[in-house]
Design a binder for this molecule. Structure first.
Ligand code: C2E
Ligand code: CA
Ligand code: CA
Length: 508
C-alpha cells in the first residue's frame, strides 16, 4: 500500500512544547541521581531525541515504493473512511476531495495475450509512474488486476474541471510507452471519479462505489473512457444493478430470448436468412435490447450462457421454419471473442445442429471485424477455423469499424462481409459513402465473398446497396427484429407481396 503524506492521524505535538516540558524535568531528575555529569548528558541528548521523534512522526513526502502493493478494497475503504464523513464536523483541510478509480483497458486480454506475469509487470510499471506524479496528501492503492484507486488531497478548489484535468494526466501517464524485457507497448486506461460533494451516500463505501459506477460507464465508451459520477448515472446504475442482480435468473427463467430480423436478397427480394438478436422481456421494464443488458451479463460472466441460449433457439427456429415449409437458407448467431476462446464451442455447435438434423451450413457464425483485427489469440483463430472447416458460414460483422486485413479474411475463410451501418447510412445521397461501399464490394468480388448491407432504413439506401452490387440487405426498412411466432406470418406476408426489390440492377 502506498500512503503519501497528509494522513488523517492526529498531528504530533510541537517539539518546542515537548522540550519545554520534558527537558527540565528529566534534567532535574538526572542531576539528583547522577550529579553534574547526568545533568549535562540529559540536557545535550534530550532535544536531539525529541526532534528525532518528531521527524519520525511526520510522514515522508513520498512513501517508499513497494514492488507490488496490491491491497484490498477494504484497505482503501479504511483509508477513505475518515475523509468521507458528513461535512458537519469534518476537518475540511484534511478531506480528500475526489476519489478516482482507474483500470487499464483490456487488462484481461493482456493477461491472456502476454501471460499474467508480464501483465502484472506492466501494471507495476504503470503504478510506479502514477505514484511518482502524486502529491503529498494523495493516496493511491492497487486494488485489483490492473485497477488502482486514488483519493486526492484537497487543493484550494477541486472542481469538475480540475478532476477532468487530473484524470487526463493520469491517462497520459498510463499511455506513455512501456518497455519490459519481453515487450514494448502502449497501454490505455479508463477512469471513473466522484467528487466528495457528489457522494450519493455518507460513507467511504458509497463514495468508492460511485467512482466505480462512473468507471463502468467510462468503460462502455471504449478505450480511454472518462466519466464523473452524477445523479443521472446513479439512477442508471440503480437500473443496471437491478438488471445485474436478475440477469442470471432471467436467463434461467427464459425471459431472455432470441428475436429474429430478416435478411433479404437484393436479386430476388426473397428471404435469404435471419439474424438472431437477444431480447429481455423484463416483467416491469418491458422489452430491453442487448445494449441495456449485455454489460450486466458480461460483468456476471454469463455471456457464454447467453450464447448457448441463442444458439439453441436459433437452431430451433430453423427447424420450425423447415417444418412449416418456409425456405430460410441460414440463421446468423452472434459470438463474442470470449465465446470463440472456448475450445468446446465447435463441438457444442455440431452437437446442437446434429440433434436438430440440420446441416452445418445453415448456421452463420457472426464474428466482429474487430475480433479478427485484434485477436492474435490462437485459440480464437483455431475456433473460427474449426467452425469453418465443419461447414458453418462465417459472417464478418460490423465490417468497416475495424481494419481486418485481406489475409485475415482469407485465413478465417470468411463467407460473407456484413457492411456496417456507419457506411450504409445515407449511401443513396452521399457520394463518399458510395465510393467506400463500391471499394468494399470490389474487394469482396475479387475474393469471391458474399456481402450484406446492415441497417438499411430507407428504400433509397436499400436501392443504392442493390445497385452497387451488395447481395443482401438487413434493416428496419425491411423489418424490425421480431419474436419467433411473428416470423411465420411475416415470411408468408413478405412472399405474398413479393415484388422485385427496389433495384435498378447491379452496376457490375
Ligand atoms: P449487431 O450484431 O450489429 O446487430 C445489428 C443491430 O442493428 C441490432 O441491434 C439491430 O436491431 C440493429 N438494426 C437492425 N436494423 C437496423 C436499422 O435499420 N437501423 C439501425 N439503426 N439499427 C438496426 P440490437 O439488437 O440492439 O443489437 C445490438 C448489438 O448487440 C448487436 O449488433 C450485437 O453486437 C449484440 N448482440 C445482439 N444479440 C446478441 C447475442 O445474442 N449475443 C451477443 N454476443 N451479442 C448480441
Ligand atoms: Ca451481428
Ligand atoms: Ca452488425
Amino acid at each position: 500500500m502506498t500512503r503519501l503524506s497528509g494522513s488523517p492521524a492526529p498531528a504530533p505535538s510541537q517539539p518546542l512544547q515537548l522540550m519545554l516540558l520534558v527537558v527540565p524535568l528529566t534534567s532535574l531528575a538526572a542531576f539528583k541521581i547522577w550529579g553534574e555529569i547526568g545533568l549535562i548528558a540529559v540536557a545535550a541528548v534530550m532535544p536531539v531525541l525529541v526532534l528525532g521523534l518528531r521527524l519520525k512522526g511526520r510522514n515522508p513526502r513520498v512513501a517508499p515504493l513497494v514492488a507490488r502493493d496490491t491491497g484490498t478494497r477494504q484497505d482503501f475503504l479504511t483509508l477513505l473512511t475518515p475523509l468521507s464523513m458528513p461535512r458537519d464536523g469534518l476537518d475540511l483541510a484534511r478531506a480528500a476531495s475526489a476519489c478516482f478509480v482507474m483500470e487499464i483497458d483490456d487488462f484481461a486480454r493482456m493477461q491472456d495475450r502476454f501471460g499474467h506475469q508480464q501483465a502484472d509487470l506492466i501494471a507495476e510499471r504503470i503504478g510506479a509512474r502514477l505514484r511518482a506524479m502524486l502529491r503529498p496528501g494523495d493516496m493511491m492503492l492497487q486494488v485489483g488486476d490492473g485497477r488502482y484507486c486514488f483519493a486526492l488531497n484537497p487543493g484550494p478548489q477541486v472542481d469538475l474541471e480540475t478532476c477532468i484535468n487530473i484524470a487526463g494526466r493520469i491517462q497520459t501517464t498510463v499511455e506513455k510507452l512501456i518497455r519490459t524485457e519481453q515487450l514494448t507497448l502502449h497501454a490505455t486506461a479508463s477512469i471513473g471519479f466522484c467528487q466528495l460533494n457528489r457522494n450519493p451516500g455518507e460513507t467511504a463505501a458509497s463514495w468508492l462505489e460511485a467512482a466505480e459506477v462512473a468507471l463502468v460507464e467510462a468503460q462502455l465508451q471504449g478505450v480511454s473512457g472518462l466519466r464523473g459520477f452524477t445523479r443521472d448515472l446513479a439512477q442508471k446504475s440503480q437500473i443496471q444493478l437491478r438488471l445485474r442482480k436478475s440477469a442470471a435468473r432471467a436467463l434461467d427463467d427464459g425471459e431472455i430470448t432470441a428475436w429474429f430480423q430478416p435478411q433479404i436478397s437484393t436479386d430476388t427480394g426473397d428471404v435469404s436468412g435471419f439474424e438472431a438478436l437477444a431480447r429481455w422481456h423484463h416483467p416491469e421494464l418491458g422489452v430491453l435490447g442487448p445494449g441495456q443488458f449485455l454489460p450486466a451479463l458480461r460483468e456476471a460472466n454469463l455471456l457464454d450462457r447467453l450464447s448457448d441460449v441463442m444458439l439453441a433457439q436459433a437452431i430451433e427456429a430453423m427447424a420450425r421454419w423447415d417444418t412449416a415449409g418456409l425456405n430460410v437458407p441460414q440463421i446468423g448467431v452472434n459470438f463474442t471473442e470470449d465465446d470463440l476462446r472456448d475450445p468446446n464451442l465447435p463441438e457444442r455447435v455440431a452437437w446442437r445442429l446434429e440433434q436438430a438434423g440440420l446441416p452445418t451450413d445453415r448456421l452463420a457464425v457472426e464474428i466482429l471485424e474487430s475480433v479478427v483485427t485484434d485477436s492474435q489469440d490462437e485459440s480464437v483463430i483455431g475456433c473460427v477455423t474449426r467452425l469453418s472447416e465443419m461447414g458453418c458460414r462465417i459472417d464478418m460483422d460490423d465490417f468497416g469499424t475495424g481494419n481486418a486485413s485481406v489475409s485475415a479474411i482469407r485465413r478465417l475463410n470468411v463467407s460473407r462481409i456484413k457492411i456496417d451501418r456507419s457506411l450504409v447510412r445515407a449511401v443513396d445521397r452521399d457520394p463518399e459513402q458510395q465510393r467506400v461501399i463500391a471499394a468494399v464490394l470490389t474487394m469482396t468480388d475479387k475474393l469471391g465473398i458474399d456481402t450484406l448491407g446492415e441497417g438499411a432504413e430507407t428504400p433509397g439506401e436499400h436501392a443504392m446497396l442493390a445497385q452497387l452490387g451488395c447481395r443482401h440487405v438487413q434493416g428496419y426498412g425491411i423489418a424490425l427484429p421480431m419474436p419467433m411466432d411473428e416470423t411465420l406470418t411475416w415470411i408468408s406476408n413478405h412472399r405474398a407481396r413479393l415484388v422485385p426489390a427496389p433495384t435498378v440492377g447491379h452496376r457490375s
